[in-house]
Design a protein around this ligand. Sequence first.
Ligand code: GN1
Ligand code: MG
Length: 357
Amino acid sequence: MNSDQNIKEVLSNYPISLELVEVIPVKTGLIHTSYKVTEAQEASYLLQKINTSVFRDVETLMENIALVTNILKNAFRGSSYESLELLKTNNGQLFYKNECAAWRIYHFKEHLTGYDVPNNKEMVREAGKAFSVFAQALSETDPEKLSVTIPNFHSMQKRYGQLQHALENTTAEISHIDPLSKQIEEFKQLLLPLEYAMDSEEIPLRITHNDSKFNNLLFDEAGKARCVVDLDTVMPGIIHFDVGDCLRTLTPSAPEDEPELANIKLRKGFHSAFLEGFVENESGWLTKNEIKFLPYSAPYMALIMGIRFLTDYLQGNIYYSSDHPEHNLIRARCQVEVTKQFLDQIPLNSDPTRFFK
Ligand code: GN1
Ligand code: MG
């Protein structure tokens, strides 16, 4: 079956009219393959072929998403925020599986747009508020209700262990990686206290997004942040993962895969604007320890990404989609540089309460 026929076959299992249906590939991330499907009547959908080597248990993945979208839908009723909405199959299932793959469909948010980088501080403040509202909406639900779809997803110790394993097992000549590995080792030592605080329950587990990149937030035409998307990795985590992933993507002046390190500068005004937006919605639901550890968030997440990209490079680029063989190495160098700049410019012991009114 060619891919066109395959998609038609998938769609025939959904309440979608197949007449004059238009299917266009869209780039939404590094993991799944996505298409925008538009019906003759103008209803549109996001069809995704789920990457089952990353998400091995599709049923559990989709149950997490269904639970979270239901909670968000109720929590956001009457507000300007929206949740993603799944389209169930004709049999009422959360996804469709055929001999080729597992597929799912969301309603397409036609009226909203995502941006790789913020255009101004107001968007950044909006982002801070939106991720805070998202976390708060989920804060009443026991995180144990969600399954862990990718164990140790943001564990520095586990990710570092995977990197060491990859370094030991590669057959390639890797002396050019040595300076980068040394930096990673040094920064990891500084950032591990965040993970220790999580392990010792000094910081509470919540339901977190875990992939809260700036471009996983959609804005309306008036510039208001409206909807957090890409719910694949919603699972138990700490608030610092979500604060950190957004900060590491919106604060640097260059994209995640900037090859020229000299082009990477932190926009400290954006960093403050995000935290101001985040705490604007804070009404006592963050604990003292969560606040104390906020400065760890961004460098921690940037380093996690640096470690993961480098590991994938050493393993032959098997996880992330990439444009060329050095792409993951470039991404890794960039993220380690971002880590360095966060550590240099926003001390881990700085006092985040200055953002609170
Ligand atoms: C992956 O596919 P995408 O871009 O939403 C990855 C994230 C990384 C991100 C880096 C399941 O997300 O953890 O932060 O790439 N998702 C998974 O851009 O590994
Ligand atoms: Mg994602």
